[in-house]
Ligand binder design. Sequence first.
Ligand SMILES: Cc1ncc(COP(=O)(O)O)c(C=O)c1O
Length: 402
Amino acid sequence: MRAFDPYPFFTKYAKGSCIVDVDGKEYIDYCMAYGPLIFGHAYSYVIEAVREQLEKGTLYGTPTEREVELAELVCGCVPSAEMVRLVTTGAEATMSAIRVARGFTGKKKIVKFEGCYHGAHDCVLVKAGSGATTFGVPTSQGVPEETTKNTIVVPYNDSERFEEAVKSEKDDLAAVIVEPVLGNVGLILPKEGFLETLRELTEAYGVVLIFDEVITGFRLGLGGAQEYYGVTPDLTTLGKILGGGFPMAAYAGKEEIMRLTAPSGKVYQAGTYSGNPLSTAAALATLRTIKEKGAAFYEQLESKQKKIARVLESSAEEHDIEAQVNAVASMFQIFFSANPVYDYETAKAADNKKFMVYQRSLLENGVFVPPSQFETCFVSTAHSEQDLGKTADVFRETFSKL
Ligand SMILES: Cc1ncc(COP(=O)(O)O)c(C=O)c1O
């Protein structure tokens, strides 16, 4: 996902909303490392917390009190979280959540949705979004068909197809995994009632519902998309913002399921860097700061997003360019399409070539958005009014040439 033509810029350093390449050129950054940096780059509280920890050791291989503090903080924020296991990457979190769901139900199959990306591990690399779609390998080579035959793929936002799949596979179905807001084929919001349908049917058929909130966790609010939409899954995966820019992820959920994880249960999970003290320090600094700032924190972020989305919409309208802007909280993306974008197929039907011309023009003018139609843009607290003003000028200039 980092590669793009003719070549990606190489970064020298980054601070706040600004990322600087090796030639010294500055960009206002809306990629934000693909989502973790809600305070922008090199946020002082996080850096201080990690610096302090560095002196005390970087890895212990033993439990720490701070892991427990962090787990308690997560349980206090995320509605579905009764127990938490810390891991290192989002891929590890979804892989482990699926494993414990299979252990709990004693069943093999899972449902995933077209365009959802849950990390680069075998059973979810089927019609996956993000880089997998950008580079035309949504279903990866090297994944045995014995693995993918247990993965049933359903179109996102299609409640009827979902119901059919659950009813026909119910005897073998362990889990349903979904990005409650799809952030990996551009940005796609759940249609009204879609998440509720997932909840009702999984409950009715004894299937574990996993919300992959690696992007949306602490982004749509401290309680993530499950709080925002009022639908509580059985298990949740977290990453990105959780680690405040350091490698940290987690899976969490109902105690009766989570307890099956070793050592209290027989579902194995382990990792050398799990809950490492540097990432834990960064995670605690991040979550505590957000919590202290209260509701205004997310309101301010959303109002910045709205300013940007409005400029995108009005610039497209002014220049008669067919476009759809999808946005929620501090996330946004544009699709060059005359039709609403609500699933994988409608996202792929948008004019990808035009998107790359747009991305390139923004880059030349000092604004960095992810180099693919199939990613999402992120606003951080570090984006200033001045940044937003400059971004608006660059958008207008870009649309006048598209
Ligand atoms: C929704 C979602 N789940 C899981 C992952 C995998 O996370 P990681 O790249 O940390 O393995 C990603 C990564 O972008 C993601 O967006």
